[in-house]
Design a protein around this ligand. Structure first.
Ligand SMILES: NC(=O)c1ccc[n+]([C@@H]2O[C@H](COP(=O)([O-])OP(=O)(O)OC[C@H]3O[C@@H](n4cnc5c(N)ncnc54)[C@H](O)[C@@H]3O)[C@@H](O)[C@H]2O)c1
Length: 306
């Protein structure tokens, strides 16, 4: 059995920690020595209402295990208040798990601007505001671990979730750049795409499946990504039901028209080659993406042409 990973001395903010995945994350961190800000607005799945009960319940559960936790009832849209709660009660912030979430599903044809905006505000603006408020504290102490929670709907798309897909993909983009900007200061940022039974997924999952996919199956990965021994940065992971895997971009070898004139007809002619995945690369940065294109013998900039 491996040594237990502990979080003694660390201060963790878990947003949306009153239910489901966030609750499981908060309980594990609290059980292993972290002082936890249990943030939850206590609204319904669609972003309506507000209550302190959900956060209070999880704080009580952590305290009953002998842990230390405080409730925060603010929406993630007031991220600075959530971070201020961590500073006021525990004097610091080391870990941020951006987990709060709602759904406003509807086909794109029927989607209102309100559905679009609310999803953007809770997932993207909320993650931005909480992380942005925590960022200077983590950078100045040279330690931070941030986890974003995306979704398969963001990665692959899903009928009826145009707003949610946009927001969840937005969080991946946010994490990619934060990983670049935070890495040198030991502020590491990763993203999980979970699958778990919860009141949220209960709206799209059969009950038997929801029962089998316990949030506890997702929390060990989220917790590992928050541990000081974990050096992963900028990663994207699918996790659920005990399954753990990493995702990356894959690019075909493609076709370079070079400096020859070409139009849509030539693109159509080379369509199979452009989409042929028999030879691939996995660019991990803008440099790795762009340099091979510019340096190619076929490029107008290639082989010392500039
Ligand atoms: N359960 C899944 O299969 C699944 C799949 C992909 C992604 N996710 C993501 O995981 C995260 C957690 O989802 P869950 O399934 O545990 O749902 P859940 O409904 O059980 O928990 C989400 C919590 O977030 C809280 N919340 C909502 N809006 C908030 C706000 N503005 N400020 C603070 N708290 C707020 C809710 O009150 C709730 O307690 C979400 O971001 C969700 O999009 C879940």
């Amino acid at each position: 059995m491996a040594d237990e990973l502990r979080y003694d001395g660390r201060v963790a903010i878990v947003t949306g920690a009153g239910n489901g995945l966030g609750r499981a994350h908060a309980l594990l961190l609290g059980a292993r020595g972290a002082r936890v800000v249990v943030n939850d607005l206590g609204g319904d799945v669609h972003g309506g209402g507000q209550s302190s009960a959900a956060a209070d319940q999880v704080v009580a559960e952590i305290q009953a295990m002998g842990g230390t936790a405080v409730a925060s009832y603010d929406s993630v849209e007031a991220g600075d208040k959530i971070v201020q709660a961590a500073l006021d009660h525990f004097g610091s912030v080391d870990i941020v798990i951006n987990n709060a979430g709602i759904l406003r599903d509807s086909s794109f044809a029927k989607m209102t601007e309100h559905d679009w905006d609310l999803i953007y505000r809770v997932h993207v603006l909320g993650a931005f505001r909480v992380t942005h408020a925590a960022w200077p504290h983590m950078r100045s102490k040279g330690y931070g671990r941030v986890v974003m929670t995306t979704s398969a709907a963001g990665i692959y798309g899903n009928f009826g979730q145009a707003n949610y897909s946009m927001a969840k993909m937005g969080m991946i983009g946010l994490a990619s750049t934060l990983a670049i900007e935070g890495g040198a200061k030991n502020v590491l940022v990763n993203t999980i795409a979970p699958i778990a039974g919860s009141r949220l997924s209960g709206t799209v999952m059969p009950p038997q499946m929801a029962e089998a996919l316990r949030p506890d199956y997702v929390t060990p990965l989220a917790a590992y990504l928050c541990h000081e021994s974990c050096q992963e940065n900028g990663g994207l992971f699918e996790v659920g039901a005990g399954f753990h895997a990493k995702l990356r971009w894959e690019r075909t070898a493609g076709h370079h028209f070079g400096s020859q004139p070409f139009g849509p007809e030539e693109v159509a002619e080379k369509w199979l080659e452009i989409g042929d995945f028999s030879q691939v690369s996995h660019p991990k940065s803008i440099a790795e993406s762009v340099m091979p294109i510019l340096q190619s013998a076929d490029s107008p900039f290639g082989h010392g042409k500039v």
